[in-house]
Design a protein around this ligand. Structure first.
Ligand code: MN
Ligand code: MN
Length: 488
């Protein structure tokens, strides 16, 4: 029911081998191709091929229907950008090239934030059309001195990141992602728990029969931050009986031996490691009708995905196009890789310079004349918890992209407030292009939160919050409606 009219013509199902050759010949010429076995009543019924990147719902089939976007790492984002013709700004800085209309450039900050640009036909000082989203999500981080043994069980000590309901993170299969940076400069990537054959990890919780005292507690302290340590081993190191000295913490020693074997790391390498604990497992279709996607990190990767898709499907426009995907939003957009950093402004300055146009005034004008859609998720109305929502002002699943005139809490505190004229312009664009949207707030008044919008608004540009409605936001598994992803 959500399908664009051209979907049927882009899907071809091979039902008998007589048709197969013709379809495979067509498939070989395609740049982007999706394939899926069609199974009916337990029988393989055919092979469905989906041609071209515009094939499903009018946007890229890759990743959309299966929530693949939730697994994007910075290196995958860079690969997508480079495949679409974007050049690394750092590399261009070394060369004597002048950027011209239609050129595509990207800049990466510490492997955590990225900004993409398509140089417009107009001078940059006329402003950019900016899409922005954040790519960090609430999670549990491993501390810098984490590994310990307690009663012959090995644990990693942790510190949670962002706003989580701690009780939601116990008893789930968990994965570890991140990097170990060694003293000699080598960076060892770590990813354990997402492949079928990988082990996973767990934070334990009390058996209900033993939990009468725990269950008396308030939700915020039922599971406390210090109790979120990760169980990672229980088998002691096999020891040589001829040695006189026995290893005291043999389970911990065994974990260290495995880390040495797989990652060539010593215990002190934890000092310069960034290891993130997240729910294990891929995003899945949700609902008998497969109308939703459940997965970790929809906040805000679903908006990062829709922003990036829009950017990758944009060519040479009048104004410079830009897409920013940033880190650290969940802890206040702080630090070098958060939106409050000079990273983005510096990248714009470098691009002005590469266009042969740099001046402080032109930089300021470029920022002030820009318009931005700051894309972050909205809290979708949940009938199970209707009392915290305001039905007339909250987003619903399946009703399209969320626009928030303002965010903030308790009287709009901490909000970006988009001006009416800008909203009018956007309404015009969306109506012309038949985009379904809903103007909303988060929950009832007094509730609410912030995004990156107000930070860009500080440059005197027009900014509005917009995004995809999410159920279970900030939980290990968050849910979106595919119809809303399509509209966004
Ligand atoms: Mn967010
Ligand atoms: Mn968030």
């Amino acid at each position: 029911h959500m399908a664009a009219p051209d979907v049927a013509s882009n899907f071809q199902v091979i039902r008998d081998f007589g048709q197969a050759e013709e379809i495979f010949v067509k498939a070989e010429k395609e740049k982007n191709l999706g394939m899926q076995l069609v199974v009916e009543q337990g029988q393989i019924y055919g092979l469905a091929l989906c041609f071209g990147e515009e094939a499903v719902y009018g946007i890229a089939a890759e990743g959309f229907l299966t929530g693949q976007y939730l697994a994007d790492t910075m290196s995958r984002l860079v690969k997508k950008a480079e495949a679409a013709g974007y050049k690394n700004l750092k590399e261009l800085q070394k060369e004597h090239v002048k950027l011209k209309a239609g050129d595509k450039v990207y800049a990466v900050c510490m492997d955590k934030s990225i900004a993409l640009f398509i140089i417009g036909q107009e001078p940059l000082e006329n402003g950019m059309n900016i899409l922005g989203a954040h790519i960090d999500s609430p999670r549990i981080d491993v501390k810098q001195n984490p590994l310990y043994e307690n009663e012959e069980l090995a644990y990693l000590d942790t510190h949670y990141y962002g706003g989580i309901k701690k009780y939601q993170w116990v008893t789930l299969p968990l994965a570890i992602h991140g990097v170990i940076a060694k003293k000699d400069g080598t960076i060892v990537p770590v990813s354990i728990g997402d492949e079928e054959e990988d082990p996973v990890f767990v934070i334990t919780d009390l058996l209900v029969h033993l939990a009468s005292k725990q269950l008396e507690k308030k939700g915020s302290v039922v599971v406390e931050g210090e109790k979120l340590d990760l169980l990672i081993g229980s088998r002691p190191l096999e020891q040589d009986p001829s040695l006189d000295q026995e290893e005291k913490e043999a389970v911990k020693a065994n974990v260290m031996e495995l880390l040495k074997k797989y990652y060539d790391m010593e215990e002190e390498d934890f000092l310069s490691a960034e290891l993130e604990i997240v729910p294990a497992g891929k995003a899945r279709d949700c609902g008998l009708d497969k109308s939703m996607v459940i997965g970790y990190g929809q906040d805000d990767r679903v908006c990062a995905f829709t922003s990036l898709m829009a950017m990758l499907h944009t060519e040479n426009k009048k104004r410079t196009s830009c897409c920013i995907l940033v880190d650290k939003e969940e802890i206040g957009s702080v630090g070098a890789t958060g939106m409050q950093s000079r990273f983005f402004e510096n990248a714009v300055a470098e691009i002005l310079d590469k266009c042969g146009e740099f001046s402080e005034l032109k930089l300021r004008r470029a920022m002030a004349n820009s318009t931005m859609i700051s894309s972050d998720v909205g809290a979708a109305f949940d009938p199970m918890h209707a009392d915290v929502y305001d039905k007339r002002s909250n987003p619903f699943f399946g009703k399209g992209m969320v626009l928030n005139k303002h965010t903030g809490a308790r009287g709009k505190g901490g909000s970006n407030d988009a001006n009416a004229e800008y909203i009018a312009k956007l309404r015009h664009v969306f109506d012309e292009n038949k985009v379904a949207f809903q103007l909303t707030e988060m929950g009832k008044i007094d509730a609410g939160g912030g995004t990156i919008a107000y930070i860009l608004a500080n440059y005197d540009m027009e900014v509005i919050d917009c995004g995809v409605p999410v159920q279970n936001m900030h939980a290990p598994w968050e849910v979106v409606s595919k119809a809303d992803v399509f509209e966004t």
